[in-house]
Design a protein around this ligand. Structure first.
Ligand SMILES: [Zn+2]
Ligand SMILES: [Zn+2]
Length: 346
């Protein structure tokens, strides 16, 4: 079969690999869609300390079951499925408390296990053990289902930041995750959603699709002042930083309303993870700053449901459908910000 494999930073190859079989407790799928995201670009350029090459990349996975290993209950060939990306152990102190997104034993598809940029893939028993294989609801395409994983991550963040009725929400970063955050915030009852982005071109492309109440180009105006003006000086109830930018995080704190919640959704580069925070703003305004680390199996199931009910449409966010042999080109499209979501159809 054909796969896209990471060999070393800057060395990702479209090549042949032996077709895998489903061992005991495993399920084999024919991958129908595996979507790309910024993480794939990062891995292809810099590698990752959890990836021991060669490794098939890809973690936003949807496909059809073709083989069920010994001892697997409840699944059959022909079933349409979505696969979680981050796999919690299900047994540690955090998992037992239901905090699966911060499981210290977390492993991931495309990192510790062969990923979805392949014609066939084995769903490891670790995924099945934590209920990480989801049936795709009728009416949801494989492409849409592959976007359930990033949507699940957005859902985790908005749960933690308690996005809800009447909130003024700011999303900083207009990539695919930013677009998902805008749509999700609306589905959760946000009063208004403002989208902030440095690049005018990316902002316009995203705003065209997700229609924020205001689109703020941070290279043209001061986004903190713009948000204050839009909110009669209050600031925003929730700010989500969907960008790997320390400056965006600092601006998020400054533009928060009293008792505002700030989600640091996007992480910062490892070699520059420090920001300056006026701690008195946090103190006197009773701000709440929360992180977000991936998603749990339950978030993935809920995300699929949000797509199925139409609460969060994703089909129009998938701007590019490309075959597997163009996956490496797709990383370039993502890196240059020319697309919202690029999905690969192996
Ligand atoms: Zn991703
Ligand atoms: Zn755990």
């Amino acid at each position: 079969m054909k796969v896209v494999r990471f060999h070393a930073p800057g060395d990702v190859r479209f090549e042949d690999a032996p077709e895998p079989d489903a061992g005991p407790g495993e399920v084999k799928i024919r991958v129908r869609n595996c979507s790309t995201c910024g993480t794939d670009v990062k891995i292809s350029k810099f590698g990752h300390h959890h990836i021991h090459p060669p490794r098939v990349m890809g973690h936003e996975i949807a496909g059809e079951i073709v083989e069920v290993g010994d001892g697997v209950q409840g699944w059959a060939p022909g079933d349409r499925v979505q696969v979680i990306a981050a796999i919690p152990c299900g047994e540690c102190a955090e998992c037992k408390r239901g905090r699966m997104t911060v499981c210290p034993n977390q492993v991931s598809m495309g990192y510790h296990f062969e990923g979805g940029f392949a014609q066939y893939m084995v769903v490891p028993r670790e995924v099945l053990k934590v209920d990480g294989l989801n049936r795709i609801p009728d009416g949801v395409s494989f492409a849409e289902a592959s976007v359930a994983e990033p949507l699940a991550c957005a859902l985790n963040a908005q749960n933690l930041a308690r996005v809800g009725d009447g909130d003024d929400v700011v999303v900083i970063g207009s990539g695919p995750i930013g677009c998902l955050h805008v749509r999700l915030a609306r589905a959760r009852g946000a009063a208004r959603v403002f989208l902030v982005e440095l690049s005018r071109q990316r902002l316009d492309m995203a705003a065209d699709l997700v229609k924020p109440d205001a689109a703020i180009c941070a290279s043209e105006v001061d986004p903190v002042a713009a948000v204050r003006e839009l909110t009669d000086g209050r600031g925003a109830d929730v700010i989500i930083t969907a960008a790997a930018s320390g400056k965006a995080q600092e601006q998020a704190i400054e533009m928060a309303a009293r008792q505002g919640r700030i989600s640091f959704f996007g992480g910062l580069p490892k070699d520059n993870p420090t920001i300056t925070c006026d701690s008195n703003l946090v103190h006197y305004r009773e701000l709440m700053i929360v992180g977000a680390n991936g998603s749990s199996p339950a978030h993935n199931a809920e995300a699929l449901n949000l797509v199925a009910t139409g609460a969060v449409p994703v089909a129009d966010l998938i701007t590019h459908h490309l075959p597997l042999d163009q996956a490496i080109d797709a990383f370039g499209i993502v890196a240059r910000g020319e697309a919202i979501k690029v999905t690969i159809e192996p």
